[in-house]
Design a protein around this ligand. Sequence first.
Ligand SMILES: [Zn+2]
Length: 231
Amino acid sequence: MRLDNEELYNFVIGKEILALYHANTVSTSITYFQNGGLLSRGAVENLGLYQTHQSSDDIDKVLGVWDDVFIDTTDLHSFFKRENHYGPILFELDRELIKDKSFEIWITKNNPIYWNNDTPTEERYFQNIDELKELWDTIPRQRKMIIIRNNSTPVLFNYVRRIIVDDPKVSITEKEQKTHLFNTVQRKIKEIITDTSPLNGKFTTRTCDYCYCTSNYLNQRSVNELKRLFL
Ligand SMILES: [Zn+2]
């Protein structure tokens, strides 16, 4: 159910949620850079743009979340001390976006990958602010996703505070050609983000302490998976 923007904003302030986050692959993020905003997967498809395939694409259409922009209430990479499964580019967004009444905001009770066709709507989404207040502390952070419903045009770049880029410290070698993932990403960003871009100066490289990301990127991701995330 749609939550009242003002009531939700006050709730977020009360919970001391300082910023909001959206993680994605490099390729899909480049589509956003080139089109001036974040987009739902449905909007990218409708506009004939490029995005990285996700395993949930088909089911997302069935479950009615294909046209939604997904936002986390914390930086899950720092929170879990591991890489974000959705990709190495993290948009940090100002929480003021919640006050924008042009955004129809719902919040999930669980990641839609755990829903099926028969999951009732009251199990999918918080029904109102009172229920959100009552249940918030009983549901793990990563399951509660803020979603902007029915998105069809680029949004949110005016709320971007920083864009945090993972450096996996990994090179891949194919056909005797060695590609350093992070340097390649940096080069692409420099090509696209000009001095006059609203995102210029907002990029930062993630620094991690006691984090599993580098080891996971190196040992748990196949070359194809690293290419999907970074190239
Ligand atoms: Zn890390």
